[in-house]
Design a protein around this ligand. Sequence first.
Ligand SMILES: Nc1nc2c(ncn2[C@@H]2O[C@H](COP(=O)(O)OP(=O)(O)OP(=O)(O)O)[C@@H](O)[C@H]2O)c(=O)[nH]1
Ligand SMILES: [Mg+2]
Length: 300
Amino acid sequence: MFKAGYVGVLGRPNAGKSSLINHLIGEKVSIVTAKPQTTRQRIQGIFTDDLGQIIFVDAPGFVRGDKGLNKFLHTEYTEVMEESDALLAVISLDEKDPKHIEKLLDSMKASGKPWCAVVTKTDLSFMHRTPLIRDMVTERGGQLFTYSVVKPEEQQEEFLVKGIQQLLPESPAPLYDPEIYTTQSLRELTSEVIREKCFEHFQQEVPYGLVVQIRKYQALPDIDRIYADIIVSRDGHRPMVVGHGGKTLKSVGTMARKDIERASGKKVFLDLHVKVKKNWMSSKPMMKEFGYVSTREANS
Ligand SMILES: Nc1nc2c(ncn2[C@@H]2O[C@H](COP(=O)(O)OP(=O)(O)OP(=O)(O)O)[C@@H](O)[C@H]2O)c(=O)[nH]1
Ligand SMILES: [Mg+2]
């Protein structure tokens, strides 16, 4: 019987959640960087085969927070957990603190939903940790899979996909057109890709206080003309993003343009500007303007 449903992908920041989803789907759905807290808003990536349709819901990594951006990340995490049909706990093999793993797995069990877990980054040399993690998972009634996006083994991918499909409800048909691999628009992906390149270029608090707004997206027959603002949270961040003689901004633009061209299949003209909106993360109206508002808050 065909299975279909939403799988919330949950874990600590930087565990490798977005990388795993991109890898299983075979497309860049969600941006990936070496910095924690890359994913901010849930992103849906869709995997369809003859046996089922998995709608992966990529969530931000678990963070605590009762205000600003952290509050939004926390709410987003909680909503994905509550609204999904099944859950996938993602644990990085380089996670040093077993308490974090236990807490994540306890929350899987407490959700009352079907769940399984995956250890990612198995190319890293901490393989002795896997049996310990497996015990933690089986103790709580779950099944553990292993995976590496750097050195993927075909069989592991097959096991993992089948394991996730089994968790889903039966469905007479796919929930989305099998040709679609994400519900994200090209405009949304563009904004995320620019943010990804910024995360790769800048250090410390600059990426955390950075957001991208697409001002205009003009899709012409042979070229997409895109005008976007990179918004930073402090005056001092602006020169860092622009760089000497605009060099850094140009490099961000070139890297982003290549990715957008790959996704759109067209030539892209990308116009980037840097703006300052002081401490936007502490302002509810500005957070809302950037789309950082939980579904429940938006609907209330
Ligand atoms: N060596 C190795 N690195 C990996 C693997 N998977 C992901 N990474 C790296 O881990 C880092 C974080 O990956 P992401 O996919 O952005 O992690 P995430 O869990 O989505 O992070 P947040 O969105 O910040 O919560 C990136 O530098 C990836 O390249 C893997 O299998 N092996
Ligand atoms: Mg992510």
